[in-house]
Design a protein around this ligand. Structure first.
Ligand code: ATP
Ligand code: MG
Length: 332
């Protein structure tokens, strides 16, 4: 009988499921739509995300995770169950899966337990909980087993995890409840304040991905943005520049930068020396905002690089870890 080992990145913005031998088979937004009265599930993932801001009153579209942790337990469980079922349907097996699931490094014991329980209730045979930055490092092929300091900054949707890892474990870490989604919020506020234009979250995210920057571009870029004019209530459009997004994002960016500088300050000197030599590894969707590497480099004096698969690194790391655990068990 085939074994089913899966790694899950249960993120605020996206859920990724990695199946041993198959790679990442599910990569969907952490969004669920259901009927308010009957609680009947209507859509999940991409389909549900497209419904945000566009549903009638009797339908609720929610993100069951906020700032990296479960805020709606029942809905999270339903979402996990649906994704695990989808992932399992791709492989012929009757055995219950062994699961490695990632959480931000700053979660409390209660929050950790909640994730573990949710995974067990979806039918997992065994559950390993792993810190997101450790998984991101493994997923990005950073050799974390050596007695050498590695700094990983995972900027997700709801949390930024900053960790110094050596000998396979966290030496210093900080989890900040500020990340990619806060850039969307900042954009909405900025456009409302400056242009009296109300935009929705999907539009704000589009601006962020298309022209959003935290560091000046070689030449300024522009984008047309549509929304509702708050003065006359009518649809309206404006031009937003990349340089304006730097201004809009400045507070969120400063919080992330200060947290990185704070971790470097309390990092033991030997490990700090390793980091300055090896550089800072960036992962998570939030690290893909234009200029994040350059900004961190400019403010810390240490080279920073976004990993190749910034959105998948955590799931890949979780998946690799289940395979590894499995091997250890077989060998022992
Ligand atoms: N190309 C891009 N440029 C800028 N931001 C992006 C890009 N692609 C995705 N993002 C942002 O990355 C964030 C999602 O990243 P990710 O999938 O790593 O988060 P998550 O793991 O779900 O969240 P968390 O780890 O906080 O629970 C969202 O805020 C999204 O808008
Ligand atoms: Mg994440």
């Amino acid at each position: 009988m085939f074994d089913m080992d899966i790694g899950i990145d249960l993120g605020t913005a996206n859920v990724l499921v990695y199946v041993k031998g198959m790679g990442v088979v599910i990569n969907q937004p952490s969004v669920v739509a259901f009927e308010k009265d009957t609680k009947k599930l209507i859509a999940i993932g991409t389909k549900a995300k497209k419904m945000i801001g566009r549903v009638p009153e009797n339908i609720d579209v929610i993100r069951p995770l906020k700032q990296g942790v479960i805020s709606d337990y029942t809905v999270t469980e339903r979402m996990l169950k649906a994704f695990i079922k989808q992932a399992m349907s791709r492989k012929a097996t009757l055995r219950r899966p062994k699961v490695c699931i990632c959480v931000p490094s700053g979660v409390t014991e209660v929050e950790r337990r909640a994730v573990e329980d949710a995974a067990y209730r979806t039918g997992a045979r065994s559950v390993l909980i792993m810190e997101e930055p450790v998984a991101a490092a493994i997923g990005a092929n950073v050799d974390i087993i050596q007695p050498c300091g590695n700094m990983v900054v995972d900027i997700g949707g709801g949390t930024t995890d900053i960790a110094v890892i050596s000998l396979g474990g966290l030496v210093v870490n900080r989890s900040l409840k500020v990340a990619g989604d806060d850039y969307n919020e900042a954009m909405i506020k900025y456009i409302r304040r400056k242009y009296n234009l109300l935009i929705g979250e999907p539009t704000a995210e589009e601006i962020k991905i298309e022209i959003g920057s935290v560091y000046p571009r070689p030449s300024d870029d522009y984008m047309e943005v549509k929304g509702r004019n708050l003065l006359n209530g009518l649809p309206d459009r404006i031009q937003v520049s990349a340089n304006e997004t730097i201004e809009a994002f400045s507070e969120v960016t400063a919080q992330i930068l200060n947290a990185i500088l704070g971790v470097l300050e309390i990092c033991p000197p030997e490990l700090a020396a390793d980091i300055s030599q090896r550089g800072i590894v960036l992962s998570g969707g939030g690290s893909m905002i234009y200029g994040m590497e350059q900004l961190i480099e400019a403010k810390t004096g240490i080279q920073a690089m976004v990993v190749e698969q910034a959105l998948e690194a955590v799931a890949l790391g979780a998946g690799k870890s289940v395979e590894f655990m499995h091997k250890l068990k077989k060998d022992s």
